[in-house]
Unconditional design. Structure first.
Length: 383
């Protein structure tokens, strides 16, 4: 039977995250896109205050949300809901609890269990690596967002190559088109001047994201470029440490902490350069969003980011952890503003050509359908 004959699927998307970040944004885009295609989608998430806004945003899009689902409660819910697909979102590779969810779903009778691995390159303990290998037997397919991650999954975690699908993240680039006239008003609302050079770092406040490297670079630039301002957009456990570092470096009048924001497309209109000095990454959505806005991006020279950025053409790469190189590259861009439009246009073209939201959802939906054809008996017939 051709998979197009299958119509509506019951899809459960599972997250055990305590905070909203890039991995959860991925799940939101997937949930909303699948729901719009007529599938019945439910997101299972933790009962954390930090996730309340995410839950409400999903409900506004008619996506089902279930919270406090674990242990016997999860067993009861799976028996009652009987999803056709259980898709487990793994922001990191050593979520042994999530692996046990895969086994539980299969034992109960869910025909298809899929995971998405966002950061398989991180190294965990031998115990967690063993648990990951054991639980992989219950997983039908593993989605990851870069070819670099495919290698990590096979070499570090022993995932069989035929189980892995590389699906690039995608966005709706139309949401990030420049809106004439918005920039001045938005800047004024943030306390930024029209002549300021605004450099943003968007992501949770966590050592992984390299805020400290950007602050060290900013300290080197502050005397020569007094109109440089830095936006930190995001929330997280490292805020107190970063605020302390801002004071130590005398950057209080340069750095603005905006916290968690839902209006990223609008905020990007106020920015001149996006900085991404991360210690580790998968394929961050904010990178695609900034590129779609037409911004020059300065990012760490990580293997996964080389799949997207060609240095000097559609963005710029600096050695990981090198705040001096970061400061020098920012200085170069500040002094050569003609590059902003040239590189930014190439960046937008890259996203338009290779990273569409429609393609991401098409490919994921196709995996679900192919596996349902393969795995479903009478229990698995779709609605």
């Amino acid at each position: 039977m051709h998979f197009k004959q299958y119509k509506k699927m019951r899809i459960c998307l599972y997250s055990d995250a305590a905070l909203y970040g890039g991995a959860e944004h991925y799940l939101s885009l997937l949930a909303e896109g699948l729901q719009q295609r007529g599938h019945s989608v439910t997101v299972l998430m933790r009962e954390h205050d930090s996730l309340d806004r995410w839950a409400e945003a999903l409900r506004r899009k008619d996506v089902g949300v279930i919270r406090r689902v674990s242990g016997y409660g999860l067993v009861r819910w799976l028996h009652k809901a009987r999803p056709d697909v259980m898709h487990i979102n793994l922001p990191g590779p050593y979520n042994a609890g999530c692996g046990s969810i895969a086994a539980l779903a299969k034992i109960i009778g869910v025909p298809v269990v899929v995971t998405t691995e966002h950061l398989p390159g991180s190294i965990g303990s031998a115990r967690f690596r063993l648990a990951k290998r054991l639980y992989s037997a219950w997983i039908d397919a593993v989605i990851t967002e870069t070819r670099t991650n495919v290698r990590y999954l096979t070499e570090l975690h022993g995932v069989k190559p035929h189980k892995i699908a590389c699906i690039y993240h995608g966005i709706d680039a139309r949401q990030y088109e420049c809106k004439v006239g918005r920039r001045t008003n938005l800047r004024k609302s943030l306390g930024l001047g029209p002549d300021d050079t605004v450099i943003a770092l968007i992501g949770r406040l966590h050592p992984q994201k390299g805020h400290d490297y950007l602050l060290q670079a900013a300290s080197r630039l502050k005397d020569s470029y007094p109109l440089c301002k830095y936006l930190f957009i995001g929330e997280g456990e490292w805020r107190r440490e970063l605020e302390s570092l801002v004071r130590q470096l005398s950057l209080q009048d340069k750095v603005i902490f905006l916290g968690f924001r839902e209006d990223i497309p609008e905020l990007l209109q106020t920015v001149d350069i996006l900085a991404m000095p991360s210690r580790m990454e998968g394929l961050p959505f904010v990178l695609l969003e900034a590129m779609a806005t037409g911004l020059p991006v300065v990012a760490s020279d990580l293997e996964c980011l080389r799949e997207i950025i060609s240095h000097g053409e559609n963005g710029f790469l600096v050695p990981v952890g090198d705040s001096v190189a970061l400061a020098n590259l920012l200085k170069y861009l500040i002094e050569n503003r003609y590059l902003w439009g040239k590189v930014g246009q190439k960046a937008r073209e890259t996203v338009m050509d290779k990273f569409s939201l429609t393609s991401m959802i098409d490919q994921t939906e196709g995996i679900y359908r192919d596996l349902l054809k393969k795995n479903s008996g009478p229990r698995g017939k779709l609605l």
